[in-house]
Design a protein around this ligand. Structure first.
Ligand SMILES: Nc1ncnc2c1ncn2[C@@H]1O[C@H](COP(=O)(O)OP(=O)(O)OP(=O)(O)O)[C@@H](O)[C@H]1O
Ligand SMILES: [Mg+2]
Length: 334
């Protein structure tokens, strides 16, 4: 059951408290990693104690929800829970639910001496076009008493009139050293023994998504407090680059059947779906010193086609065999 955007079990205990992403979520804007351009402006809002409607856009796990809650907390201090309404737009996509809830919430005056309340609309890009149309009026109607913070992955899915009512902030994937620092801090707090190359593996699999990085650490540490590189790859459904390189080398030297067996082994060992394999292979290919530039370009084109066919519903075995035979032909040494 979701209450106020937090998961609770039947006894009301906070299940999320056990998750490190929640436990180590920055409480104040000052504690958020990276996003320097965004954070500087949010700190100024926190100092002024007021802000306009805000739209946070950017990839998953980069701090949008964190920033919305931290800013509200910085502005309202202890009374922040009473002054924020969290709505997840992908659960409540309809126009009526938005209008009713917002109206209800906006009716009561803000607590703790504040002059406005905050409505945090998560995943706003999941709202229907009708609901966005209604929202644009609601934002104006209640702008005296309410500030909206909207969060989305794709700002292009939010209609122009809403964007123009908001100060728009773009969140970026986090840099390697920012992920590294947060992972170090959490490992220390949770008493995890994290190998240096395991941390590099976490950075590699997370692709700038700090939620993914912290989750990878927690999942691995729940199996063994000594977290190794191999454990990270095994628990994140990611093949390490050397396995993918060895598959490519096998295509180049051994031909179709041995390389096809190698491919199956990698899929089984790391629990990969066909599209996972293709995307990971694409990424690993660029570091493969034994490939020429032109080969990389041609393979990219082909992998894109196979990926598309798989997403469109093509059979996995046949598509992966076709991919394998294509790579063998292109790289064959004869
Ligand atoms: N910039 C950051 N600094 C510190 N911790 C972060 C940052 N970004 C993400 N995290 C960590 O990852 C978790 C998830 O982040 P958050 O909920 O803010 O992501 P989001 O950008 O809202 O993603 P989504 O688009 O999926 O909603 C947080 O609880 C926090 O532990
Ligand atoms: Mg979010």
């Amino acid at each position: 059951m979701v209450i106020g955007g937090r998961f609770k079990d039947h006894t009301g205990a906070d299940l999320m408290a056990k998750m490190w992403v929640e436990k180590h979520r920055p409480q104040s804007v000052n504690e958020i990693r990276g996003q320097t351009a965004v954070i500087g402006r949010l700190q100024a809002y926190a100092e002024q104690g007021t802000f306009p409607h805000l739209l946070f856009a950017g990839p998953p796990g980069t701090g949008k929800t964190t920033a919305a809650i931290a800013l509200t907390r910085d502005v309202f201090a202890e009374s922040f829970r009473d002054n924020i309404l969290e709505m997840n737009a992908s659960d409540e996509r309809g126009l009526d639910s938005i209008r009713n809830k917002v109206k209800q919430f906006a009716k009561t005056s803000p607590l703790g001496g504040a002059t406005f309340k905050v409505i945090f609309l998560d995943e706003a890009d999941a709202l229907t076009a009708d609901a966005q149309g209604a929202l644009r009026r609601i934002m104006e109607q209640y702008s005296e008493t309410c500030r909206f913070i909207l969060s989305c992955n794709y700002s292009s899915k939010v209609i122009e009139p809403i964007q123009s009512r908001c100060a728009v902030f773009r969140f970026r994937p986090l840099a390697n050293d920012q992920i590294s620092q947060q992972i170090d801090e959490i490992s220390k707090a949770e008493e995890v023994e994290l190998d240096e190359d395991a941390k590099e593996a976490i950075i590699h699999v997370s692709l700038g998504d700090l939620r993914k990085a912290i989750t990878a650490l927690q999942v691995a540490a729940s199996l063994d407090k000594h977290v190794t590189r191999a454990l990270i790859y095994e628990t994140t459904a990611t093949a390490p680059p050397e396995e993918l390189h060895s598959f490519l080398l096998s295509c180049k030297r051994d031909g179709f059947h041995p390389s096809r067996r190698k491919l199956q082994n990698v899929l089984d060992k790391y629990g990969l779906a066909g599209t996972d394999f293709i995307n990971q292979l694409h990424r690993a290919m660029f570091d493969a010193g034994f490939l020429e530039e032109i080969q990389k370009l041609e393979l990219t084109e082909m992998l894109a086609q196979v990926d598309f066919r798989l997403v469109e519903g093509g059979g996995e075995n046949l598509q992966l065999d076709a991919m394998c035979s294509n790579i063998c032909r292109q790289l064959s040494e004869k």
